[in-house]
Structure formats: structure tokens, C-alpha cells
Design a binder for this molecule. Structure first.
Ligand SMILES: NC(=O)c1ccc[n+]([C@@H]2O[C@H](COP(=O)([O-])OP(=O)(O)OC[C@H]3O[C@@H](n4cnc5c(N)ncnc54)[C@H](O)[C@@H]3O)[C@@H](O)[C@H]2O)c1
Length: 365
């Protein structure tokens, strides 16, 4: 399947790396050999992925180096500071050195956690991300943000640590449940809305069943990696432009945090956030209502809800003020100033936000 592998080159201040995308990509990334052959490697694998794909993973890494494997239990709660400390002890006891490489295999939780270990261990060693969820392929594995959670909040303790390589092997997605697929589609739809026009067209032509095919998934991951890397290259550490990637996230994070991260996926929360922020863009006179409707119709076509019971406007407003993107107590928004034309760092009057929340995503019952 070599011919089906595509590559995106990501340039960063510290050098460049490739995102290798395709079915069977894990067998077609020869640069892994150099990165893995230098010393014993730390392989961090999500337990579900290990159960489903352990034999495949073993066969792909056979002969490429010597590995110590840490199986990471499922769940956001394991992406924590105490778990990281335990993992550092395990790395030391396993002979991981300054010349070692970390390999993180799993969804965004595993990627963020293993990236965090790599960023801090001996002041930083290389990380190869092998994302196995759509969300991790289209979003978290590219861009170098790594973090763990503390009791005060999610992703509070972290770093920018660009990977040495990302291998997005589409074959992993064959076992991904539909709800997890939707979770990733929300971020890919975000890329389509904020400027990845080819992706917008692909989503408009397709539906949930058609995009489940390997060639569509490959295109979605490839286009998302191209788009995200082009943004990250221009603003690696989120000093400005990178904030466009937060479209849907100011409200989305407030939704997640109001619901205490229970019973809602990140993607579903971002979809609600995008529905609200599209409407804010319309009311701010930036975006045509017809285009906003085209976007919300796409969210619904791909199984993402744009309204939800159990949310309240006051609660959402309060949570928005505690977000990392808030400064001086004022929420900042990425909005659309036209189809595929994002603007960022916009302040919006509280009354406008309140009215939009009440009219769009918050629903009784
Ligand atoms: N670093 C970033 O830029 C960034 C961006 C977005 C999200 N994130 C982080 O990503 C995390 C969410 O990632 P996620 O949605 O991938 O969650 P996740 O890592 O928890 O994976 C979701 C579920 O899918 C299962 N799974 C993984 N691969 C599978 C496969 N191939 N087949 C079947 N099941 C599989 C996992 O076991 C898990 O139960 C959050 O912690 C979030 O903060 C980071």
C-alpha cells in the first residue's frame, strides 16, 4: 500500500518533521528506524488500542529497536501529573536515556501524556506520535502542544514540544466507534469552516457513511494536517494567528467544564461551540446567515448536535470567564468574517453572548 501514503512536512523553529498519512503508514515510515535505533525506547500504548491492534503494532516495530512498553489505561483521568511522575520513575528504571525516543500510540489522551513525558524527561527527548483516533490524527498529534491535567483544570501543566515524526495510520480507524469518529469530525469540520476549502467541499458532497471509507478518512486527515501545520508554522506558540484554531472552543470549553467533562465528548462540545460562535459572527455583522446555516447543516449531517438540554446561560457565562483564553476576565473569541475567513482575539459584549446562547444551543427539557 506504499503508493497510498502521503506526507505533510511541518516546519518549526527547532527543525522540521513529517506527518505520514495513509493505510498501513506505520509500515511505511523509514525514518522511524533512525529515531528508534539510538537507545532503548519508551513505548506508551493505550490499553484498548493494545487489545485491538497489539499484534499489528508489534509487527510494525519488530527489528526497529529495543522497547520498554507502558500500557496506559483508558481515560482522561490518567493524563495527570501524578501519573506522569510515576511514568518518569518507570522510564528511569527501564533504562530510558537522553538518547531514547518516546513513542505514543493511542488517542489524544495518550498523545498528550506521552508528549508531556518526552518534553520533560532529561529536559526533552524526541517523541513519535502514532495517533489512533480521528481526533488525534486531525488535531492533537500535530502542533506540539502537550499537557497533563491537575485537579484545578485540564491541560494546565504543559509545554510546546514538537514531535520528531507523526504516523497517522488510517487502518487504526477501522475499529473506532462512531461516537469517537464524530468527535474527530468536529475538529475536521472546524478546519473546513475556518479555511480548508477542499475539506469543506468534501464534507458537503459526503455523508457520515461515505466518509467512513478509508480514502475519505485519508483525505480528511491529510487535509487537516496540511491546514493545521500551515497555521502552526506561522505561529508555533500561539502568539496570534494560531488562535483561529480555537473557533468553537470558547463556548465549547465552557460547555465541557459546566458539565464537568461528563456525558459529552470534546468534539460534541466544540460543535455546540461552533453553532454558537457562527451565530455570534452573524450578529456581529461579520458573516452571512446563509453561510452560517450551511455550516450548522453540515454539523448535523455528521451527527453533531447543535442544541443541548441541561445547559444554562449563567453557568456557561461563568465558565467562559475562567477559560485559559480569557484575559482580564473577558472571553476572547475566534469568529468568522466570511466563508473560510477566520478572525481571532475578538471581544464580544456579554449581552450578545448571552442572547446567542439562549437562542441557539441552550434548550429546555
Ligand atoms: N495537544 C493538542 O493540541 C490537543 C488538541 C485536541 C485535544 N487534545 C486532547 O486530546 C484528548 C482527547 O483525545 P481523544 O478524543 O483521542 O480521546 P482518547 O485518547 O481518550 O480516545 C478516545 C477513546 O478511543 C479509544 N481508541 C483509541 N484508538 C482507538 C481505535 N483505533 N479503535 C478503537 N478505540 C480506540 C480509546 O481507548 C478511548 O477510549 C483530550 O485529553 C484533549 O485535551 C489535545
Amino acid at each position: 500500500m506504499d503508493g497510498t501514503v502521503k506526507r505533510v512536512r511541518v516546519k518549526t523553529s527547532g527543525g522540521s518533521y513529517d506527518v505520514v498519512v495513509g493505510p498501513g503508514a506505520l509500515r511505511h515510515a523509514p525514518e522511524m528506524r533512525d529515531l528508534l535505533g539510538r537507545d532503548v525506547c519508551a513505548m506508551i500504548v493505550n490499553e484498548t488500542v493494545q487489545g485491538l491492534h497489539g499484534a499489528y503494532i508489534r509487527s510494525c516495530f519488530e527489528g526497529l529497536g529495543e522497547f520498554r512498553t507502558h500500557i496506559m489505561p483508558d481515560g482522561e483521568e490518567y493524563k495527570s501529573f501524578p501519573q506522569a511522575e510515576r511514568a518518569f520513575d518507570w522510564m528511569l528504571a527501564s533504562g530510558i536515556s537522553r538518547r531514547s525516543t518516546v513513542v505514543g500510540i493511542g488517542g489524544g489522551v495518550t498523545g498528550d501524556f506521552s508528549g508531556f513525558l518526552a518534553a520533560l524527561f532529561m529536559r526533552g527527548i524526541p517523541i513519535i506520535h502514532v495517533p489512533t483516533t480521528l481526533l488525534a490524527m486531525v488535531d492533537s498529534s500535530v502542533g506540539g502542544k502537550v499537557a497533563v491535567n491537575i485537579s484545578a483544570g485540564k491541560n494546565i501543566i504543559g509545554a510546546f514540544h514538537q514531535p520528531a515524526l507523526v504516523v497517522a495510520d488510517i487502518d487504526f480507524l477501522g475499529t473506532l466507534p462512531d461516537n469517537e469518529l464524530r468527535n474527530g469530525l468536529a475538529e475536521a469540520l472546524k478546519h473546513a469552516f475556518i479555511g480548508e476549502n477542499a475539506l469543506f467541499e468534501l464534507f458537503e458532497k459526503g455523508d457520515f457513511d461515505s466518509i467512513r471509507k478509508a480514502e475519505s478518512l485519508m483525505e480528511i486527515v491529510y487535509r487537516s494536517a496540511l491546514f493545521k501545520s500551515s497555521v502552526v508554522e506561522r505561529d508555533e506558540r500561539e502568539g496570534g494567528l494560531r488562535a483561529i484554531l480555537n473557533f468553537g472552543h470558547t463556548v465549547g470549553h465552557a460547555v465541557e467544564s459546566l458539565l464537568e467533562y461528563r456525558g459529552i465528548s470534546h468534539g460534541q462540545a466544540v460543535a455546540l461551540g461552533m453553532a454558537a460562535e457562527l451565530e455570534i459572527s452573524v450578529r456581529a455583522g461579520l458573516l452571512d446567515r446563509a453561510h452560517a446555516r450551511r455550516c450548522t447543516e453540515l454539523l448535523e449531517r455528521y451527527g453533531l448536535r447543535i442544541r443541548r438540554a441541561g445547559l444554562d446561560v449563567d453557568g456557561l457565562m461563568a465558565h467562559m470567564k475562567y477559560d485559559k483564553k480569557t484575559s482580564l476576565g473577558r472571553a476572547r473569541f475566534a469568529l468568522l468574517s466570511g466563508p473560510g475567513k477566520p478572525v481571532y482575539d475578538r471581544e464580544v459584549l456579554d449581552d450578545v453572548v448571552r442572547a446567542v446562547l439562549a437562542d441557539t444551543i441552550v434548550t429546555g427539557g
